[in-house]
Design a protein around this ligand. Structure first.
Ligand SMILES: NC(=O)c1ccc[n+]([C@@H]2O[C@H](COP(=O)([O-])OP(=O)(O)OC[C@H]3O[C@@H](n4cnc5c(N)ncnc54)[C@H](OP(=O)(O)O)[C@@H]3O)[C@@H](O)[C@H]2O)c1
Length: 285
């Protein structure tokens, strides 16, 4: 097995490198935009030929959900065109692709956790381009695995945990932390997703298709923020607010909990509860 990880310096890529080097060391090449720009189709094709990889894990994406509403071309270049470049080169070389997608492919009107077979209906530029990336990949390379995840955080990069810790330092009774309480999803530790990816790579069977993976449980952003403060022992004032009181450029689904039974049944992936994983992440920060 020879693995290529793209976007290796991002949140997920950094955790994936840690897990791969612990569990199956020395067989993976790690690239990021400075070493392999996925927008460059020729460079991607050359690297796939040179490395003779059996598997590619794509951690590259345009993830700035609000900025994407303005930077439509940049967002599409990474979430659609770059995926096509990778899929085409991998398919030509017979390499299997494992790609990451998002809960934001759904519109959030469900009242039970979303299954892989549920109808998608993205309501943002980010969600729309991620969905296009999924369909392009499966059209070019139907043998691929796509994992839809959600609300990722880790000790690295920019994420909600770091934002809450930063804002909590400035919060006061007059200016409390104001956190949205009517969007429900599942906070997911990037390290847990990295473990799930390595479980799939090491599995005896490769079952292609779309799989949902988040940590166990469900929470609002407000619940998530309260747990961060509680675990850290921070006494900052915090106030629940409605989405309508916190306007953002991009619309987000009100409910995007994902059903994880398929990935558990197919690949035997073990999933911790989000609060357990949050405590683990905070202990590393
Ligand atoms: N973050 C979330 O909450 C979330 C939720 C659901 C699903 N996901 C999905 O999970 C995956 C990983 O997300 P993440 O949070 O780890 O993303 P991330 O931290 O933004 O990492 C993306 C990486 O891709 C690199 N990159 C940017 N442009 C590139 C290019 N042209 N060629 C090669 N590499 C490039 C970035 O480098 P620079 O930093 O230098 O630009 C960065 O290292 C993505 O597919 C994302 O859509 C994320």
């Amino acid at each position: 097995m020879k693995i290529l990880v793209t976007g290796a310096n991002g949140q997920l890529g950094t955790e994936l490198k840690k897990v791969l080097e612990e569990q199956i060391p020395g067989i993976t090449t790690y690239t990021d935009v400075d070493t392999l720009d996925l927008r460059d189709a020729d460079a991607v094709a050359r690297e796939m030929e040179r490395g003779e990889y059996t598997h590619v894990v794509n951690c590259v994406a345009y993830t700035a959900v609000d900025r994407a509403e303005e930077e439509k071309a940049e967002c599409s270049a990474l979430n659609v065109d770059a995926v096509r470049n990778l899929a085409t080169a991998a398919d030509r070389m017979g390499a299997k692709v494992l790609h990451i997608s998002t809960d934001y492919v759904f519109d959030g009107r469900a009242c039970r956790p979303y299954r892989e077979s549920d109808k998608v209906n993205p309501i943002s530029q980010y969600g729309t381009t991620k969905r296009k990336g999924e369909t392009q990949l499966l059209a070019i390379s139907p043998d691929s695995v796509i994992i839809r995840s959600a609300w990722l955080y880790s000790p690295y990069g920019r994420n909600f945990v770091k934002t809450v810790l930063r804002l909590a330092e400035k919060a006061s009774v007059h200016e409390p932390l104001r956190i949205v309480c009517d969007q429900i999803g599942t906070p997911t530790y990037a390290l847990d997703l990295a473990h799930a990816i390595v479980t799939i790579l090491c599995s005896r069977q490769w079952v292609p298709g779309i799989f949902h993976f988040t940590d166990e449980g469900a929470a609002s952003w407000y619940d998530f923020a309260c747990a961060i403060l509680r675990i850290r022992g921070i006494k900052a004032p915090i106030q629940p607010i409605l989405t309508e009181d916190y306007p953002t450029a991009a619309s987000r689904p009100f409910y995007s909990v994902l059903d994880r039974s398929c990935i558990k049944a197919t690949y035997g992936v073990e999933i911790p509860h989000w609060e357990t994983s949050l405590a683990h992440c905070l202990s590393r920060m």
